[in-house]
Design a protein around this ligand. Sequence first.
Ligand code: CA
Length: 230
Amino acid sequence: MRKVLVLEDETNIRSFVVINLKRAGYDTIEAGDGEEALAQIQKNPDIKVALLDIMLPGDMDGFEVCRRIRAGNSQIGIIMLTARTQEMDKVTGLMTGADDYVTKPFSPAELTARVDALYRRAGGSPAALSPDEISQPPFLLNTRNRTLEKNGRRVKLTQVEYAIVKLFMDNPGKALSREEILEAVWGREYVGELKIVDVNIRRLRVKLEDDPQNPAHVSTVWGYGYKWDV
Ligand code: CA
């Protein structure tokens, strides 16, 4: 659902990027040269962000790939992967179609922060939606009223359940550890047991799932925590 294209010919850098994006909850589509990248964009119109290396084998460099992607798609977010040795003047001058650039070597945190930011912009809520609402069909969360609807019907939640759903909807597709959920919802000072998370998840499933025994939205990540699927 959260698809990112990774165009990079050096396989070790590409797998580093892919591993870290996957960890952050993204689906990655890989390409080793420009032709392949453009073919993947054609095949996966739901790609929202593309990471493009500049120096590539073949006829097209990253700038050319960027131009061609941009020519057919104004919505996609594009981040150029640049090397420190490349003259920045040239890079920024040629970056007309790109939204951002990251200089190698970059940290996983830096990379995912940039992708997150662009993803939100490129793939964020449709303009018609008020900023107080998060729509992830069949769910609609209103952060001002702190209410949740499923298929247009109000689901009654406790404040704790609401906070968990909000955390999930802010992190779709991302595996969240039980510790992470505990800290985000109950706060750092909370000195209870992790089990409280499971108890609330169980209750949430009864409220949110068509079949709580076979959850379609709140899935278990064994030995770790939970993941929100929409
Ligand atoms: Ca390269």
